[in-house]
Design a protein around this ligand. Structure first.
Ligand SMILES: C[S@@+](CC[C@H](N)C(=O)[O-])C[C@H]1O[C@@H](n2cnc3c(N)ncnc32)[C@H](O)[C@@H]1O
Length: 244
């Protein structure tokens, strides 16, 4: 059977911001799997600033860092998302960062690179704006995330799945470390909660109730994904577009 071609995940942040909010709230409400606190903790521990949060959404990481007195800039290409971000925020594109070379001590790109058709461009730009020795971190869901939902919501390979993320990051950064997870992390107690979770994962609102009834409840969902960390070495790698 042919492997399905990897595609950039569609972005609905300006058209359906409620979907993002529900999707972000579900791990906190029904279990665990939120990476923001551990990412903020490591950046604070390593004393790296200023921080650039690429694809910052509504600024969850920005807030956690600001609370610890760390200077942070949130960048996003959705004006709707950005309007909720506290402090420094910039409307911009991850593939063409409007910042000086070597300016940041850390760059985070959490659950954003799978929206890009060429994540290499954003990785190259993240590397450029970091100073030598600076820390980069990306979060990526697995191609086999949420397997319990597959019957009603099959996953498609994206351009930055957990399966490919470490190799992609290693093309631009040194000392790459991977923190992977594969565990039953979300516990949905009833059909309403299953429907809410499906909506947060991107299912059309009108289809969620019926799909939730098919899946049944209670339902435990397995989360699979990874954080990939790397450091900028002294030399700047250059992004080479693939040859046609
Ligand atoms: C799944 S959300 C993640 C938000 C945040 N990083 C978090 O972990 O909560 C993805 C975010 O990336 C933003 N985004 C998508 N494509 C982008 C691009 N090309 N440049 C900058 N931001 C982008 C979206 O607007 C959205 O806010």
């Amino acid at each position: 059977m042919d492997e399905e071609r990897a595609q950039a995940a569609p972005a609905d942040y300006d058209t359906n911001p409620e979907r993002f909010r529900v999707g972000s709230e579900c791990p906190r409400k029904y279990g665990k799997g939120d990476v923001h606190e551990s990412v903020a903790e490591r950046i604070v521990r390593e004393g790296l600033q200023p921080v650039l949060d690429v694809g910052c959404g509504e600024g969850r990481l920005c807030r956690l860092l600001q609370d610890q007195g760390i200077q942070v800039v949130g960048l996003d290409n959705s004006a709707t998302m950005l309007s909720a971000v506290p402090g420094s925020r910039v409307l911009g594109d991850a593939s063409s960062l409007p910042f000086r070379t070597g300016w940041f001590g850390a760059v985070a790109a959490l659950y954003v690179l799978y929206h890009l058709s060429e994540p290499e461009k954003a990785l190259s730009e993240s590397c450029r704006v970091l100073r030598a020795g600076g820390l980069f971190v990306a979060a990526a869901p697995s191609r086999h995330n949420d397997p319990e939902l597959a019957e009603v919501m099959p996953t498609r390979p994206s351009t930055f799945d957990a399966e490919d993320a470490p190799d992609l990051v290693a093309r631009f950064f040194a000392n790459v470390e991977v923190e992977a997870w594969d565990a039953p992390m979300i516990h949905l107690p009833d059909v309403e909660a299953v429907a809410e979770y499906l909506f947060g994962r991107g299912m059309d609102a009108g289809e969620c109730q019926e799909a939730a009834r098919r899946l049944g409840a209670p339902l435990t969902v397995t989360k699979r994904g990874c954080l990939v960390w790397g450091y900028k070495s002294g030399q700047q790698p250059h992004f080479q577009p693939p040859q046609a």
